[in-house]
Design a binder for this molecule. Structure first.
Ligand code: DON
Length: 543
């Protein structure tokens, strides 16, 4: 935790070296976008489980040189399905004996968006050159750094599947053994890719040597990404979702993320109920939360997908009367049931391989970025000679209709696979504004669908429960996603609370820590306060 009353800015990120790169940029006079882009490239080097060049993400910001010129923006640099993708490609692969094609190996990868997204953000809202913001990452790749315990642990956990891919094995398991904790980890191929991107910009990744390496590897491994898919990739600037909160508004990511819509829905439904600081961590509040989460996820899984491919009924989903009607169905004394909506499914699997970072600069600009390869180390396919891993984001589509995905989500036809389409996401980078439009907080976390419910609980802690930034993060979290029909409880939720929830008719399931939150929030007496979630290994860095 770091307080900042005066200074050039503050960063909260899941990996210390990358956070330090961000504050160095702020110290040199860069703005929050310059810092965010530099952190994004640095994480691709220092946090390979989630940071990436071969994945995608979302950026939400309140940006402008002067307060009066500041506006709320969102940039979608989500991966897209290759041109040759089909809606039944994964059921066909399963019928042919490959049940994990959407998760592991070449077919799992969507066309990466990160490089195009980061460089578009830099051009559009940044002030520095590509060299200035990417060089720190290149140096970390070239010179190496001491492998942190966390990455070592993640590599051990993924060893078996990573060893199936030669270039992946060579990079992370030289001589067959995982790189030791605290050992120097150098990535010369990745350094070279970064140099090419510095020199040639977006084309350096999507057209030329690096693109050729991707396409050759796809052909070799039976993947679909073509040279044309890479040339055609474009990030999309979208109108953020904005909804009222006490003393201001929240700005979050629109489809193809479900985050903004679900947050807006849950926030509106909860307005009906009087809650205050004495309700924090109470079974009564957890019950209400679970019920609004259930209702919102039912909508999410039915109606949302890529807005450029399917009609997402955003007005209907945010319609106040409809939300009030839904909220009126909530019974404070007993749990409702998702059973009538869809069949039950296995529990959510654990995964922590996405990453979020938050930045506020001295001009008051706030930037929230969540970026991912989806699963841990993505598809596990490292592009030979280019040194980066490819995502397995295709599993976020309704890859196997009627069946749960990696996160236990059962999704509908709105999110079916189609060429050039973006898979529905839960990533929810969010900025809170006060009534005058000043940035009050920057929020976000990894965690698949728990991203939405975690961001919601932190938002609630800050805005309605009167919690400090620290307590809003450390408060035990719960999660409900409609199906499976159960409340997931972090270990820190007391047994007595679980008993009360059981008595209300909920099915409860314990799970490990939820999320790795990176928060910056303005407080009345302490100025800007950054909090890196103690559940993860991140830091707050200020200058
Ligand atoms: O976009 C999504 O919703 C997922 N691909 C995010 C994955 C994730 O957060 C995994 N890490 N916990």
């Amino acid at each position: 935790m770091v307080d900042m009353k005066k200074g050039r800015g503050i960063v909260a990120a899941a990996e210390p070296l990358a956070a330090g790169v961000g504050t160095d940029i702020l110290r040199q006079g860069g703005n929050a976008i310059d810092a965010a882009v530099a952190i994004g490239f640095a994480l691709a080097v220092t946090y390979p489980a989630a940071g990436n060049l071969g994945g995608g993400g979302f950026l939400v910001g309140s940006i402008g040189r002067e307060k009066k010129q500041r506006s709320e923006v969102s940039l979608d640099f989500r991966e897209v399905a290759p041109g040759a993708a089909t809606s039944d490609m994964y059921t066909q692969a399963a019928a042919a004996g490959n049940r994990s094609a959407s998760l592991l190996g070449h077919l799992a990868a969507g066309v990466p968006g990160s490089v195009s997204g980061m460089l578009t953000a830099l051009e559009r809202w940044g002030t520095m050159t590509r060299r200035q913001v990417i060089e720190p990452a290149r140096l970390l790749a070239q010179g190496g750094f001491l492998l942190p315990a966390r990455t070592h642990r993640m590599l051990v956990a993924s060893k078996k599947s990573m060893l199936r891919f030669e270039a992946t094995a060579d990079t992370f398991f030289p001589d067959g053994a995982v790189i030791g904790e605290g050992k120097l980890f150098r990535q010369p191929d990745l350094a070279r890719t970064l140099e090419i991107i510095i020199e040639r910009g977006i084309a350096g990744f999507y057209d030329g040597e690096v693109a050729d390496h991707i396409v050759i590897e796809m052909k070799r491994g039976g993947g679909l990404i073509s040279a044309k898919d890479l040339l055609d990739y474009r990030p999309v600037e979208r109108k953020p979702i904005r909804f009222p909160i006490s003393n201001g508004s929240a700005v979050s990511m629109p489809p193809p993320s479900s985050g903004g819509i679900c947050l807006a829905q849950m926030s509106r439904m909860l307005e009906r109920f009087k809650i205050g600081s004495t309700d924090a961590e109470s079974p009564q509040l957890y019950h209400l939360l679970a019920e609004v989460m259930r209702l919102s996820f039912a909508d999410r899984n039915q109606y949302l997908g890529d807005p450029d491919h399917v009609a997402c009924p955003l007005e209907m989903l945010q319609d106040k009367k409809r939300l009030d009607r839904l909220a009126a169905t909530i019974d404070r004394s007993s749990a409702s049931s998702s059973a009538d909506l869809l069949k039950d499914s296995p529990p959510v699997k654990e995964s922590e391989q996405t990453t979020h970072y938050s930045v506020i600069d001295c001009h008051g600009n706030g930037v929230a970025v969540t970026t991912t390869l989806n699963g841990s180390f993505g598809s596990k396919v490292l592009v030979p000679a280019a040194g980066f891993l490819l995502n397995n984001e295709m599993d976020d589509f309704t890859a196997h209709p009627g069946e749960p995905n990696l996160f236990g989500l059962i999704q509908g036809s709105a999110n079916a696979v189609a060429p050039g389409k973006r898979p529905l996401s839960s990533m929810s980078p969010t900025v809170l504004l006060d009534e005058e439009g000043n940035v009050d907080a920057v929020l976000g976390t990894p965690g698949g669908p728990t991203i939405i419910t975690n961001v919601f609980q932190v938002l609630l802690g800050l805005t309605r429960l009167g919690l400090s930034p620290e307590n809003s993060i450390t408060a035990p979290k719960i999660h409900h996603q409609c199906l499976p029909d159960r409340i997931f409880l972090e270990a820190a939720v007391p047994t007595s609370t679980e008993q009360s929830l059981l008595a209300l008719g909920h099915v409860c399931a314990r799970r490990s820590a939820i999320g790795d939150f990176q928060l910056i929030a303005r407080t009345p007496h302490r100025g800007l306060v950054g909090v890196a979630d103690p559940r993860g290994g991140g830091v707050v860095s200020n200058t």
